[in-house]
Design a protein around this ligand. Structure first.
Ligand SMILES: [Zn+2]
Ligand SMILES: [Zn+2]
Length: 420
């Protein structure tokens, strides 16, 4: 029997007991050319989808995504959207948004996923004609619901040139909160003239050695099963020191050693534009529990000193070790993985990243630099479930992400974490 039929029939008959995830992985390993047909069959026959469809989309070659999008779109037009068509649109929005450009106008009218967190993500790659169309709708006398939709799509397109249009028409959203907060969600800081981005185009991934991880994970979360964990075969890229403690430097809050995040030197420091050399640190014991945002001033050699702390040492609630020391390789992120979302990653993807947009777990949160009061640009993030010095998996809160920021003019770094 055909492996795809047997996966789908098995799931229809026995649900998760049929181990569809393992069956999907076997198809990917043994017959990778069958992945496009698998995706299309799931869309047709398992409209409720499943996490194995989400994962299968990670293995769908970029050149085959167009067929999957076309197929999912035809299914939406025929019978409305389903969990499976949503998954195709969600992952296409992130990984291959340019493929959705031809559908945007019809998508706008139908808005099959309205209300989901990814409903306007397809507009990430909106072209000039589509942006002009959205601006015309905003300025028109169409019903408020349509103009609100246009506002959200234009906002998702995140073009600096549209900041004033978004501010002008913000009233249609009917929110009390200032528009500035909304614009920060796409990394745009309007407190400066002209407005600027707090994020970079350039994205790199921290690539870990396989033997760094000791914990075994279930197959749907195994790191070898997602391309974002795969370092290039030759591990080419810039090697950096990661984790460990930074002795001789104590956290001004608990008095313990700083915990090293990553040491940026030479080419890496240049890439991220943090000067010549910067030791990024935090305090695993204090961050988030004792102090919401920790700030560090760096001297010319990049050595950190904690700043903006309470005047007295405190007794920490949750004393912690450090992230296990290792070396990581900073590798260029393929275009497909530049945009990653917390929800869509679903614990499968490598979210240890430098540059690009932060994978916020909650609303966007850029700290103010304590020296110059300007918002601090984002430079990197470190995910949970990395090994710590106690041999356990480190979790930021309940399993969130630590975000790192950098004020270039003051040579100040900041760290904070968010979790669900
Ligand atoms: Zn501390
Ligand atoms: Zn500053």
């Amino acid at each position: 029997m055909d492996k795809i039929d047997s996966l789908i029939d098995g799931f229809v008959a026995d649900g998760w007991k049929s181990e569809p995830f393992e069956a999907m992985l076997a198809i990917w390993r043994e017959h990778p050319d069958d992945i496009p047909r698998l995706v299309i069959n799931i869309v047709d026959r398992l409209p409720d989808g499943g996490t194995f469809l989400d994962a299968a989309l990670s293995y769908l070659p970029e050149e085959d995504f167009a067929v999957a999008v076309e197929h999912a779109w035809a299914a939406i037009e025929r019978r409305g959207h389903s969990r499976a068509t949503d998954a195709v649109m969600e992952y296409a929005s992130l990984q291959v948004p340019h493929l959705l450009t031809p559908y945007l106008e019809r998508f706008f009218t139908l808005m099959p996923n309205e209300g989901s967190y990814f409903d306007v993500l397809p507009w990430r790659a909106a072209d000039g004609a589509e942006l002009r169309r959205l601006r015309r709708i905003l300025a028109s006398d169409q019903p408020a619901a349509i103009r609100r939709r246009a506002w959200r799509c234009l906002h998702a397109a995140s073009d600096l040139a549209d900041v004033s249009v978004l501010a002008e028409h913000y009233v249609v959203m009917g929110h009390d909160a200032p528009v500035e907060g909304y614009l920060l969600e796409t990394g745009i800081d309007v407190s400066t003239t002209p407005p600027r981005r707090l994020t970079t185009e350039h994205v790199l991934h921290l690539s870990f050695r396989r033997d760094y991880f000791t914990e075994s994970r279930s197959s749907h979360m195994e790191r070898k099963n997602h391309p974002t964990w795969d370092p290039p075969a030759d591990r080419s890229g810039i090697e950096l020191g990661f984790g460990g403690t930074v002795t001789g430097r104590a956290c001004g809050n608990c008095g313990d050693d700083f915990d090293g995040l990553v040491e940026l030197t030479g080419e890496a420091a240049e890439l991220i534009e943090v000067g010549q050399r910067v030791q990024l640190v935090t305090c695993l014991t204090c961050l988030g529990w004792e102090i919401e945002v920790m700030f560090f001033a760096h001297n010319d050699a990049g050595v950190p000193t904690a700043i903006a702390l309470p005047s007295e040492l405190s007794e920490p609630q949750f004393p912690a070790g450090s992230l296990a020391r290792t070396t990581v390789v900073l590798t260029e992120t393929p275009t497909r993985w530049r945009a990653q979302e917390w929800g869509s990653a679903n614990s499968r993807e490598n979210l240890n990243r430098v540059g690009g947009d932060p994978t916020w777990v909650q609303s966007a949160e850029y700290p103010d630099c304590p020296r110059c009061d300007q918002l601090m640009p984002f430079i990197m993030q470190i995910d949970s479930e990395l090994p710590d010095s106690d041999g356990a998996e480190w979790l930021w809160g309940s399993g969130g992400i630590c975000f790192v920021f950098w004020c270039e003019q003051c040579a100040v770094s900041a760290t904070l974490w968010q979790c669900t």
